[in-house]
Design a protein around this ligand. Sequence first.
Ligand SMILES: Cc1ncc(COP(=O)(O)O)c(C=O)c1O
Length: 356
Amino acid sequence: MNNLVKMRKEGIGSYFHFENDQELLKDSTIDLNFNYKICYTGRHALLHILNEVTSSKQVSKIWFPNYYCQHTLHWIKKFHPVIHTYDVNPFEFPAEINISNFADSNDVVLINNYWGLSTMPKKSTATGAPLVIEDHSHGWLSKACLNSEADYCFVSLRKSLPIPLGGMYWQPNSSTNDIIHSKKNNNDLYEAWDLMVQAMKLKSKYVDGDETIETSTYLPLFYDVEEALNINSDFAELLDDHEDFIRSFINLDTKQLKNNNLDVLYSEIQDTPYFKVVKRPDHTAFGLLLLFKDEKEFNSLKSFLVSNGVYPSSLWPDNKIDYEWRYFLNLHIDFRYTTEDMEYIIETINKWLNNI
Ligand SMILES: Cc1ncc(COP(=O)(O)O)c(C=O)c1O
């Protein structure tokens, strides 16, 4: 098969490399007008919030959606073992979650911003309304994230920014941030940071053409970091140079850069009998989101993409939901990629469509 558009060496998707491009932040930045705190991971941000809430008020039940990142849920259960779940359809918008259908006044409800497309609930004016925590990890800088009316918000920043680790939390509409920062050193997390930096730098060298490096040189290091994060549970005081590193990218307007790529993709990739394109007007999707009914076709496109150097993620395969359309692929379209990369994705998907 002759590709018209050339595939970039490292493929499309997978982990961020160490960013050497000083131009990146020149044209596309955004001010963050809320008072946030940074920590090492999204899950630590969530844990800070849950600990704060459960130690400051009587909490009856903690609710999570029944479709959520399995690693985060598993990790959080080490500290808050009893988590109740409520039903959501993570692929349909704008239906808003009606919290009062299941939660009582002493409950805490986690609402996930699915792929940046969700409508988040308006702040309840009722006294004693359940406390709301929003997860904007896949909707970083979405309007819902920036204008949230929740009691608390958090994100995993490393999903959007080229940083080794990073998460943040904040209290919308509050000028103070009551959550107490942990003062502990945690060498496991510092080692995970260093390992991630090493992996990102190796990947950068590979991208820049260093022939002594193969993908197999750096990929295992990335996987080791994920493993370490799943195991490690302690809080860690954020080291100053790590905080500086995270802050050096924090104003990058990743959403604006995604929009350009999504426009190119949406003009060519539409719903087919095999997949639906999950998107919403005036919203920026986390990636090119393809939803399948048939697991065989889902696997077939996924393998075809991988064999052509496009590495999508499946979100989240361990979740069991009862919808007809439920096999979900996310193709990465972030600031690393150009219009030419989008043309390559279009061409690859069209080839698959022509052969199925
Ligand atoms: C929606 C969502 N929230 C939170 C997290 C946790 O983020 P981190 O890996 O930074 O702990 C993840 C996945 O990792 C996620 O997918």
